[in-house]
Design a protein around this ligand. Structure first.
Ligand code: FAD
Length: 329
């Protein structure tokens, strides 16, 4: 009698055990609180588990998406057809002023760990949600600083989990909200970050100051779900008279153009432009990805019409984009 062919779920479960979830709602894993189900979902707590999950997906022929804190993501209402692997590898070790950090570590939690050890440098980033790996992927930053400048090297694997290698920071080509990983996908497992000796009292003060600034200007994502700035600031060669540059950079903030186009308060369904910041979309209840995309499209069109420039999305989209007129997606 021919052997029964194992289903994809059986094959994944054999490799990943009971930690494998089916039909997991992705809205539970994004700060936007938007997104349909992933066919399969697995939280990898060690680099070995992560590599095993990548290899199992490859062997089963299943598409994979690597999730950090889900704070820079808009997930399709239809969800994701494949395996979402959440990087939950959060081991941190310190050696002098160098930290060896698992890339699933929560960024703010890591900044607190540095503060407690009298290690300074990353206070500027206090309040950027998400994981250290997600921060490296998009070279997260603010006030003209970014995580790439503190990176010595990273260890990553190829998306199929076949090759694990360590590369110096220069390999990642960190630039404004950009890294080589956006062009050559790799999964970051861990990194070495360079800090400096500091005063914990001063670090505490600076962290509190940065968190307070965010409390005043930005939505509190646990209460007002959002993915942060929706569009990137303008490229340095795009200037306009009387523009106030975003702190520490020579870039005109996208928010200024959106403000000039009267975008604050615009709303499509439950997707709404934040009242205090024209470049932030919040989920004011039960917003769908479709509503967010429609709102973002209107914002882009207004800026195009008034300034002749095309805004570029900072928030990433996961899953299938809805067809125009398709109300289900
Ligand atoms: C309220 C708010 C404020 C914000 N403020 C800022 C800010 O000041 N500056 C800023 O830069 N950003 C900001 N953001 C955006 C976001 O927090 C950052 O981009 C963050 O670094 C994303 O990390 P994450 O772990 O949540 O990534 P996710 O959203 O989970 O993923 C984003 C991308 O990174 C990839 N990725 C994640 N982990 C890894 C990994 N280990 N290896 C390879 N790829 C990986 C994912 O595949 C995906 O493509 C803000 C967001 C919010 C909600």
């Amino acid at each position: 009698m021919p052997q029964r062919i194992a289903t994809i779920e059986e094959r994944l479960r054999k490799a990943l055990g009971d930690g494998l979830l089916a039909q997991e709602p992705l809205r539970l894993h994004t700060t936007f609180r938007i997104g349909g189900p992933a066919d399969f979902f697995f939280a990898a707590r060690t680099p070995d588990h992560l590599v095993t999950a990548l290899r199992a997906a490859r062997a089963a022929g299943v598409p994979v998406f690597l999730l950090g804190g889900g704070s820079n993501l808009l997930v399709s209402d239809a969800g994701f057809r494949g395996l979402v692997i959440r990087n939950a590898c959060d081991a941190v070790e310190f050696e002098g002023t160098v930290a060896h950090v698992g890339c699933g570590t929560d960024f703010l939690d890591f900044i607190y760990q540095c503060r407690d050890r009298g290690l300074a440098g990353l206070e500027f980033a206090a309040g950027i949600p998400g994981s250290v790996g997600g921060a490296l992927f998009g070279n997260a930053g603010c006030y003209g600083q970014d995580i790439g400048s503190y990176t010595i090297e990273c260890t990553h694997t190829t998306p199929d989990g076949a090759v694990v290698e360590t590369k110096p920071a220069a390999w990642y080509e960190f630039a404004y909200r950009d890294s080589r990983l956006k062009r050559e996908p790799r999964v970051l497992l861990s990194c070495l970050l360079q800090l400096r000796r500091g005063d914990p009292v001063e670090s505490r003060r600076e962290i509190e100051e940065k968190l307070e600034l965010r409390r005043i200007k930005h939505p509190q994502w646990r209460i007002e779900p959002t993915a942060g700035s929706y569009f990137k600031n303008l490229p340095p060669d795009w200037q306009m008279p009387d523009a106030k540059h975003s702190p520490g950079t020579h870039r005109v903030p996208a928010g200024q153009l959106l403000d000039a186009c009267g975008c604050r308060g615009l709303r499509v369904g439950d997707a709404m432009v934040f009242a205090k910041h024209a470049n932030i979309i919040v989920n004011a209840g039960h917003a769908t990805a479709r509503e967010v995309l429609q709102l973002a499209g209107t914002m882009k069109a207004r800026v195009r019409e008034k300034f002749g420039v095309e805004l570029e999305e900072e928030v990433m989209f996961l899953g299938e984009r809805p067809e125009p007129g398709d109300a289900s997606a």
